[in-house]
Design a protein around this ligand. Structure first.
Ligand code: EPU
Length: 423
């Protein structure tokens, strides 16, 4: 097995460009099934999640071809597929292909997506939305069976602005007969990027990025080439890596308006943050101050940055409070940070972090993707060597994170070890 070995205590400095967004690429890799002509996605991150999702498309008859970070998908020969439970459980957004596949094939069967280590993550909004659009959807023996002679436009209200349900239903509605509105829609940049992609294929969509999205169905979609925008969660992660190490890091080629919540909180904690139209720079000279964070749907503070932010706040002066409102239990990083010397108390979904002066290198285990990123950040700032296990979680969202952090002056390497030698 591989671990990341991090020698802490080096300030990160320099410029970095992040890869294309994981969550946008995954949404596009569901929507490509709508189109009968080949589609090329550019700047696709070469991470395990995008590879697995591309394989899944192949199980439904798609032809898939990688050329570096460009991925061409030809869904002209789409047919019924019977993917294994593991392949759908491995990436939750596989389930979000149900609507587009149904719109193309009239019938589809997919295993129920699994829960993961950040909470229950049901799919009821997805199912209800598809039913409103005329689909019959049944869960039986751990598999969803969906059938529709015709997908029709519908007025859909989401109880919560779910990013996934908004993306799934918006995509499906493109091939529906008539107009669909999604109220209380998610406003995440990933939704806006997906709408841009669907429009590039010929769809007519208004309001993406607001709480009401209108999709005028029945478009004749055509093939297109689309560049996946930069990964805003990676941007936040590298800014925090700069901040936790008292470094000076500039992230290039991004949309700073997607970073407003993170940038504001970094400034509140005492970091110097400079923005241009395509870059954000963070510089920290003195010990950071404690702050309060509450995760919220966009444009609120992103839940995906909550865990790396917790790592940074373990070393801030005073008592920080983090309230996670999106997921039931996105807290797998806490016991590991405590092993490294952090002082954190959990009360339900709230963490109270009493800043300490030092973290100590330890053997720690990533429980999920962003917990893994948080532990890498803590390791960069800790005394001594930190070993992070379960690197496969980190690989789901960061293309070779050790290279990115090393390019900024961190001492991070991937090392193969015998499983029994680590906790
Ligand atoms: N929810 C329901 N019912 C549903 C759908 C969602 O109750 O039918 C709940 C979820 O359980 C959760 C909340 O609504 O408590 C928000 O979930 P959402 O649907 O918005 O999340 P998602 O689409 O499954 C995406 C990202 C996540 C990110 C969230 C929130 C992808 C592949 N994943 O998940 O990214 O945390 O939006 O922004 O796009 C990550 O990258 O580390 C990650 C987990």
């Amino acid at each position: 097995m591989n671990v990341l070995q991090i020698e802490g205590g080096f300030r990160l400095r320099g410029e970095i460009e992040v890869s294309g967004s994981k969550n946008i690429a995954l949404a596009l890799l569901s929507a490509v099934a709508l189109c009968e002509e080949p589609v090329t996605l550019r700047n696709v991150p070469r991470i395990s999640d995008t590879h697995m999702k591309a394989h899944l498309l192949e199980e439904f008859g798609a032809k898939v071809e990688w050329d570096g970070n460009n991925l061409t998908v030809d869904c002209s020969g789409l047919k019924m597929g019977y993917p294994s439970e593991e392949s759908v459980r491995a990436i939750r957004t596989s389930f979000y292909m149900l609507g587009p596949l149904l719109a193309r094939l009239g019938e589809v069967e997919l295993p129920a997506p699994g829960g993961c280590k950040i909470g229950a993550r049901p799919v009821d909004y997805h199912v209800r939305g598809l039913q409103l659009m005329g689909a019959e959807v049944e869960l039986s023996g751990g598999r969803y069976f969906a059938r529709a002679t015709k997908i029709k436009g519908a007025d859909i209200y989401l109880d919560f602005p779910s990013a996934g349900a908004t993306q799934h239903l918006m995509s499906t509605a493109v091939l529906a007969e008539g107009v669909t509105t999604i109220q209380n829609a998610a406003m995440e940049p990933e939704v806006v990027a997906l709408a841009d992609f669907l429009r590039a294929m010929g769809a007519k969509i208004e309001g993406a990025g607001t709480a009401t999205i209108t999709i005028f169905g029945g478009a004749n979609l055509r093939g297109t080439s689309f560049r996946v925008p930069a990964d805003r969660i990676q941007v936040g992660t590298f800014l925090l890596a700069g901040a936790i190490t008292h470094g000076d890091v500039t992230v290039l080629g991004i949309m700073p308006e997607d970073q407003t919540a993170v940038v504001n909180k970094l400034r509140e904690a005492g970091a110097l943050v400079e923005e241009t139209s395509e870059t954000v720079r963070v510089k920290v000279d003195n010990r950071l101050e404690a702050i309060r964070i509450r995760t919220m749907p966009h444009p609120g503070f992103p839940t995906d940055i909550q865990q790396p932010m917790a790592a940074m706040l373990t070393l801030a002066n005073g008592t920080s409070v983090i309230e996670e409102t999106i997921y039931e239990s996105r807290s797998g990083h806490i016991p590991e940070l405590v092993r490294m010397g952090a002082n954190i108390q959990s009360e339900g979904r709230t963490s109270i972090i009493q800043g300490v002066k030092r973290l100590h290198g330890s053997n720690v285990v990533a429980s999920d993707l962003r917990a893994g990123a948080a532990l890498c950040l803590a390791g960069l700032a800790a005394d001594g060597v930190t070993t992070v296990e379960n690197v496969h979680y980190i690989d789901r969202g960061y293309e070779a994170i050790e290279h990115s952090l090393s390019a900024l002056g961190g001492k991070v390497k991937r090392v193969a070890v015998e499983p029994r030698k680590v906790r």
